[in-house]
Each structure stands twice: as C-alpha cells, then as structure tokens.
Design a binder for this molecule. Structure first.
Ligand code: CO
Length: 134
C-alpha cells in the first residue's frame, strides 16, 4: 500500500541555523521558508535526489512542535511520510487493521491530502501518509 518515502521531518530549535547546516555544511538544495498557519509550523523543504527533508519550526501559540522541542531541545526526527495512491482507501484499510488514525484527512504543506498515524502503532514513529497524485 505505501509507496516512496516522501520526506523525513525534523523539528529544529533554530530554523536559520538548520538552514545554514543543510545548505553550507551538507551542501543540500534548501528551499524557502513557508509559514503554514493552519498547521502551526514554518517549514523548509530540502530536496535530495531520492526524497526530501522537511525542517519544522513552531509558528504561533499552539504549535504541535512546541511540546516536541520541549522534550527534545536539540531537535529531532518528528515524523516520516510515505506516499499512497488513494488516501481514503489507505485510511480505511488502516482503521480496519486496528491502527489509530489521528484526526481527519487534511491538506498538508505540499497542498496534497495527508493523514497522521499514531506513533505507538508504528514503533515509536509518528507516520504521515500523503496522496501524491489525484
Ligand atoms: Co510531513
């Protein structure tokens, strides 16, 4: 059911420092900062030959990243995202399989439908599914 790894998301305590690390130290193709007020994050996508890295930084008062950074002050891997062809079918299959789906299908940072799965059902890893084509 799952396809390619779309991205690995890393929460960072200092977005400009993380941009400099990926651009200058690692020599990666770093995109612009994008504020996503609906998700409470500022994101930066880093394009690698085979996948992307999504840097996450808190935006606003109720950011889901604030608590994560309180527990992981140096930053850390926040979630991974797999591509699926049909997100409704994937969600229904997961629910039928007993996995906990967190909330509804929403529009993610790429403008595509996404849904999150509970980390306790996936070995401690918050897992995002993204439908990458209509
Ligand atoms: Co993501």
């Amino acid at each position: 059911m799952i396809g390619r790894l779309n991205h690995v998301a890393i929460a960072v305590p200092d977005l400009d420092a993380a941009i400099a690390t990926y651009r200058d130290t690692l020599g990666a193709d770093v995109g612009p900062k994008q504020d996503e007020p609906d998700h409470g994050v500022t994101v930066v996508f880093i394009t690698l030959p085979n996948t992307k890295i999504e840097l996450l930084y808190p935006l606003g008062e109720n950011s889901p990243i604030t608590g994560f950074l309180a527990k992981n002050p140096a930053g850390g891997i926040h979630h991974i995202c797999y591509e699926v062809k049909d997100i409704v079918a994937a969600r229904d299959h997961l629910v039928a399989s007993g996995a906990r789906v967190l909330g509804d299908i929403k529009t993610g940072a790429h403008g595509k439908p996404v849904v999150f799965l509970h980390p306790k059902d996936f070995y401690g890893t918050l897992t995002e599914l993204e439908q990458t084509w209509p």
